[in-house]
Design a protein around this ligand. Structure first.
Ligand code: TMP
Ligand code: ASP
Length: 237
């Protein structure tokens, strides 16, 4: 597979075309972003850790019957993926209250949420990724009602699979964000799953093991990501 030109440069990943029109290469950079790009720093090893972490999780999800864009690892920091038409909507599931839910509704951090909540955000940094609902998605044409229904069903299925996987590693899957796209007419999980896009708390100590360490300036960001990877059995370089 030959890597060609840069198609898109996101805050933490770059996307390249390949000699196959249906395949792209994702490059995971060390750039770490928070608050819609207002805080950005380079963290050594992060590109490698997130690339390998994402590959591990996507393969688990595929095995559980969830269609993902992941194809194969290309290098320590790159993977080959299907080229999706991305839907600019972020799907968030919460098993415990944290982050913007705590701020928005004044719920106590850590409160168990049963059933888990499902929320939508518009992927638009300039607008601060605003909270939206299905009606907005359909009216503004970001996705059809049937597509968003499928995205919700897949997101909840991902939650079932990953909650158990992290629980077995001594971690609470507090919340996470997924993005989807369309490949040959089918809704497919895109983007990445890594500690950048979820919250993980140690089950016994409550220690934050995810990007909140970076957002909140707690330090030990990559050390925490690597510990999560090690507990799950993700092979790191
Ligand atoms: P929130 O509490 O800030 O709404 O975030 C919920 C979860 O979704 C948390 O694990 C972080 C993740 N997330 C992203 O990774 N990127 C985003 O742009 C948003 C809105 C959330
Ligand atoms: N992923 C978003 C950003 O980079 C939001 C966040 O993680 O805080 O800025």
């Amino acid at each position: 597979m030959e890597k060609r030109t840069e198609l898109y440069r996101g805050k933490a990943k770059s996307v390249y075309t390949t000699d196959d029109p249906d395949r792209l290469i994702l490059l995971f950079r060390n750039d770490t972003s928070a608050f819609d790009g207002k805080k950005i720093e380079q963290l050594d090893r992060k590109g490698m850790v997130n690339n390998r972490f994402n590959a591990f999780i996507m393969q688990k999800l595929e095995a559980a019957g969830i269609p993902t864009q992941f194809d194969s690892l290309v290098s320590d920091t790159e993977c080959l993926v299907k080229k999706l038409d991305m839907i600019p909507v972020e799907c968030v599931v919460r098993n415990y209250a944290a982050g913007s839910l705590v701020k928005r509704l004044g719920i106590e951090e850590g409160q168990a949420l049963a059933p888990p909540t499902f929320e939508l955000f518009l992927k638009d940094d300039a607008k601060g990724d605003p909270f939206i609902n299905v009606s907005h998605v359909v009216t503004f044409g970001w996705a059809t009602a049937a597509q968003i229904e499928r995205m919700q069903a897949l997101t909840l299925k991902v939650n079932d699979v990953l909650k158990q996987l992290f629980d077995d590693a001594g971690l609470m899957l507090v919340d996470f964000k997924l993005e989807f796209g369309v490949f040959k007419g089918e809704i497919v999980l895109g983007d990445e799953f890594s500690p950048d896009g979820c919250r993980l708390w140690d089950k016994t100590t409550g220690k934050k093991m995810d990007k909140d360490r970076f957002r909140q300036g707690l330090g030990g960001v990559i050390e925490a990501y690597e510990e999560v990877a090690q507990r799950l059995g993700v092979p790191l370089a």
